[in-house]
Design a binder for this molecule. Structure first.
Ligand code: ADP
Ligand code: MG
Length: 238
């Protein structure tokens, strides 16, 4: 497990600042959901935790250690995206094993780790299939498997369920939460869907135009919105 700290984070693209100083303290094993409308800076914030974007100012710490200069592979994180970015020409096994091969892990260890993840995600019968031979939910599980095999302390999710239909979305939501508890990892989860945020979060962060308007337990945010924006956003239909 690990803590994640964002300390005075700012981000500019060219002359335009899009993140205006965000402070977040994520506890060990906590499930944090970052929620807010399209374009408010959720993905950019997550990508800075992942190391896919550099911060313009401020510090990112994982388990108390500054990681600003570290590459994504050297941070103790794994990320699951909205478009699963699976390799279409590779089997499910190879998709899940790919990162471990790159990292130079031994064959036996790769087989063991992929086997464990496949079991956890009920993907054992599908290891030889290609992604196109899977359902949307199964593909989503392969993407999760690829993250799990790396055994990261922190899981980052960027709208991982947006491409699924409503019913499957609810089911996968429960699976993600259960998995996070079982693995005991810390999670940062981005969504524009406030219902998803309310059901998943230990604490949620409501973002508005590059700022964190409010951080708190879902019911507290719901009952005591800090700004008019939060009240409108949480109260509006998804
Ligand atoms: P969200 O994920 O909440 O929809 P993003 O983090 O993707 O929002 O984007 C936040 C803002 O930053 C938007 O105004 C977007 O246009 C801008 N932005 C994101 N990535 C880039 C980039 N690579 N170059 C320039 N502007 C960007
Ligand atoms: Mg986004």
């Amino acid at each position: 497990m690990a803590t994640v700290t964002l300390d005075g984070i700012r981000k500019s693209f060219g002359q335009t600042e899009v993140i205006h100083g965000v402070d977040i303290d994520v506890q060990d094993g906590e499930f944090i959901v970052i929620v807010g409308p399209s374009g408010c800076g959720k993905s950019t914030l997550l990508r800075m935790v992942a190391g896919l974007e550099r911060v313009t100012a401020g510090e990112v710490r994982i388990d108390g250690k500054r990681v600003n200069e570290k590459e994504p592979m050297d941070r103790d994180i794994a990320m699951v995206f909205q478009n699963y970015a699976l390799y279409p020409h590779m089997s499910v096994f190879d998709n899940m094993a790919y990162g471990l091969k790159i990292a130079g892990k031994a064959k036996d260890e790769i087989r063991e780790r992929v086997g464990q993840a496949a079991k956890l995600l009920q993907l054992e019968p599908y290891l030889k299939r290609r992604p196109r031979e899977l359902s949307g939910g199964q593909r989503q599980r392969v993407a999760m498997g690829r993250a799990i095999v790396r055994k990261p302390a922190v899981f980052l999710f960027d709208e991982p369920l947006s491409n699924l239909d409503a019913k499957l979305r609810v089911q996968m939501r429960l699976e993600i939460k259960q998995l996070q508890r079982e693995l005991g990892v810390t999670a940062l989860y981005v969504t524009h869907d406030q219902v998803e945020a309310m059901t998943l979060a230990d604490r949620m962060i409501v973002m508005n135009a590059g700022r964190a308007d409010q951080i708190g337990a879902p019911l507290d945010v719901y009952a005591n919105p800090a700004t008019e924006f939060v009240a409108g956003f949480i109260g509006s239909p998804p």
